[in-house]
Design a binder for this molecule. Structure first.
Ligand code: NAD
Ligand code: IPM
Ligand code: MN
Length: 360
């Protein structure tokens, strides 16, 4: 089969980690007889430099017409860029929000799995980690504070900024359904995380989630306030199976979840909607502090490519193979600097990619 993939390297470490993910995909292609055709698309700072905007209509069109999108990361104060002196809607991150919205990718799945091999890199105590944990954060991605009206005004010499958090019941229902569907394939537990003790949008979130739960009697639904959830993630992460939450809470909780898997460099993600077209990207950013130094961990991006094979192309076996190859390399003791621990072998971005390819 032939698959058309729009590839967005982006900024900072983006191009470095994308190169490694492509190597892995190419190896899978050769091994299983698939051809992955890549169309490179500009987004973020590199697009601003080339076109003046973070995402052109043409770039979005290419993404829309592809079978899936693979993204590195965008943004960061890289080199001599003056991206952050531009109006907010012309900055690198605006491109990312525009592509998510433009492709209607409202469901962001971020799996937090502690590999046995990385227990040494997890900052939690052994008695908390136990036999490890495996949960997913299901983050709503096209609503909430990120897409509400915002403005900054000056009234009587006082500067005032407003952001609005809006969800309608349909937006909540469709993401809740995704969470229950995923839970059905896992351990059948959904923990819906909100701030219903304060926010109206959270109270509606809870109500709708309970309604959706009626269609999934096998799934156990619980609610948790977001501040408590932030604490429970480090107190007892093993309690979670699927964490369902709104856009901004999901952004914050997924970075926390990434760190207890050893590093943000380990957390993959899939952004999905109503069709097979998905966007696959690591949960981390462009890491300008280590860009161009062959230090970035490419595993989150490589595992995101595996999610692409699974969710967009239904290539389950191929996805399993990539995950197994990652585990095998970790088992042999190879580590990028972010997951390095005593007695392990330090390697760079490129070497980690090569090692994973050599397991395939
Ligand atoms: P970041 O995730 O880029 O970096 C946070 C820290 O984690 C840094 O110390 C970085 O070196 C480290 N890190 C991140 N990814 C790593 C990897 N693969 N391997 C090893 N270490 C890694 O977050 P930030 O510094 O807050 O943001 C930098 C820029 O990235 C900002 O402009 C932000 O808006 C953008 N960003 C983009 C995306 C995206 O494109 N999806 C996601 C998050 C942040
Ligand atoms: C992420 C990032 C983005 C987000 C930023 C760069 C807009 O932090 O993908 O987690 O908040 O969604
Ligand atoms: Mn984030």
């Amino acid at each position: 089969m032939q698959y058309n993939i729009a590839v967005i390297p982006g900024d900072g470490i983006g191009p470095e980690i994308i190169t490694e993910a492509r190597k892995v995909l190419d190896r899978i292609g050769t091994k299983y007889g698939h051809s992955f055709l890549y169309t490179e698309v500009l987004m973020g700072g590199v697009s601003i430099d080339a076109t003046g905007v973070p995402l052109t209509d043409e770039a979005l069109e290419i993404a829309k017409n592809s079978d899936s999108v693979l993204l590195g990361a965008v943004g960061g104060n890289v080199g001599q860029s003056n991206w952050y002196s531009l109006p907010p809607n012309l900055r690198p991150e605006a491109g990312l929000l525009a592509i998510r919205k433009g492709l209607n990718l409202f469901a962001n799945i971020r799996p937090a799995i502690l590999f046995d091999e990385l227990k040494g890199a997890c900052p939690l105590k052994d008695e908390i980690i136990g036999g490890g944990f495996d949960f997913v954060v299901m983050r709503e991605l096209t609503g909430g504070l990120y897409f509400g009206e915002r403005k900054t005004v000056e009234e009587n010499g006082i500067r005032k900024a407003t952001d609005t958090l809006v969800y309608d019941e349909n937006e909540i229902r469709r993401i809740a359904k995704w969470a229950f569907e995923i839970a059905m394939k896992r351990n059948k537990k959904v923990c819906s995380v909100d701030k219903a003790n304060v926010l109206d949008s959270s109270r509606l979130w809870r109500q709708i989630t309970k309604e959706v739960a009626k269609d999934y009697p096998e799934v156990e639904l619980s609610d948790m306030l977001v501040d408590n959830c932030a604490m429970q993630l480090v107190k007892d992460p093993r309690q979670f199976d699927v964490i369902l939450t709104e856009n901004m809470f999901g952004d914050i909780l997924s970075d926390e979840a990434s760190m207890i898997t050893g590093s943000i460099g380990m957390l993959a993600s899939a952004s999905l909607g109503d069709t097979k077209l998905g966007l696959y990207e690591p949960s981390h950013g462009s890491a300008p502090d280590i860009a161009g130094q062959n230090k970035a961990n490419p595993i989150a991006t490589i595992l995101s490519a595996a999610m692409m094979l699974r969710y967009s192309f239904d290539l389950e076996q191929e996805a399993d193979q990539i995950e197994a190859a990652v585990k095998a390399v970790l088992k042999k003791g190879y580590r990028t600097v972010d997951i390095m621990s005593e007695g392990m072998r330090l390697v760079g971005t490129k070497e980690m990619g090569d090692l994973i390819v050599s397991e395939l």
